[in-house]
Design a protein around this ligand. Structure first.
Ligand code: 13P
Length: 249
């Protein structure tokens, strides 16, 4: 399957910055044959990025959402609001949301159902801490997270999702998991839930243009969820091109 490269901009870029990025990226003519690409800007830049992308085959994603359609949830954004902004993808359960915004396995589970019900593709993020990694508990940790995320959903619903494995110790640190190490953890994730057998599982954590192909070359790795290296158009275009090289090799 074609790899998927998802840009998670986190809390970076105003709407004007985001539009400038899209124009510069499109001028570089990233090849849609190499990889599917999705950009997840901050909420306030979603509409501007959607307009700037127009009919270009690059997806628009959100970094987070609430599970309810509407209600007294100050500061939250609902699935129908995202759909109205032409969003088709949503990251759910990022470790930064789990650490700083009260995201739990239970809220992730509700949001997965809400995303699927509204035709959004959930990109469900799981990952272990450095302590868990050092203790040899990475597989148990991510398997527990992914089972909780999908509890109660049918294999057909699970199959409409994307999973991102992001070891927390590799995020923004310049430290990466080894491609075979990440692949083994993803194999455990894939085997943990019925329906995951054919979904794309992304690696995340200090992915750069010069290491993405080595990850995508692995059996279970279907692309990457990228933070820092997705913020510059030249770098993001190189990620898309090099992800395709990983598949061809
Ligand atoms: P970095 O690519 O900056 O390590 O961030 C990874 C990440 O958290 C993407 O969601």
């Amino acid at each position: 399957m074609k790899p998927l490269v998802v840009a998670n901009w986190k809390m970076h870029k105003t709407p004007a910055d985001a539009v400038r990025f899209v124009h510069e990226l499109l001028a570089l003519r990233p090849d849609p044959e190499q990889a599917d690409a999705v950009i997840c800007p901050p909420f306030v830049a979603l509409s501007a990025v959607g307009d700037a992308l127009g009919d270009v085959p690059i997806g628009l994603g959100a970094q987070q959402m609430h599970w309810a359609d509407s209600g007294a949830f100050t500061g939250q954004i609902s699935p129908p609001m995202l759909v109205a902004c032409r969003v088709r993808w949503v990251i759910i359960g990022h470790s930064e949301c789990r650490a700083y915004s009260g995201e739990t396995d239970a809220s992730v589970n509700r949001k997965v159902g809400a995303a699927l019900a509204h035709g959004l593709t959930p990109i469900i993020a799981v990952g272990e801490t450095l302590e868990e990694h050092a203790a040899g508990a990475a597989h148990d940790r991510v398997v527990a997270q992914i089972r909780a995320a999908f509890a109660g959903y049918t294999p057909a619903e699970v199959a409409r999702s994307v999973v991102a494995y992001e070891p927390i110790w590799a995020i923004g640190t310049g430290k990466v998991d080894t491609p075979p190490g990440a692949d083994a953890t993803m194999g455990a994730i894939r085997a943990a839930v019925d329906g995951l057998q054919s979904v794309r599982i992304l690696y995340g954590g200090s992915v750069k243009p010069d290491n993405i192909a080595a990850f995508v070359r692995q059996q279970h790795i279907g692309g990457a969820l990228v933070g820092g290296a997705s913020l510059e158009p030249v770098s993001f275009a190189a990620l898309i091109g090099n992800a395709g090289k990983g598949v061809a090799a």
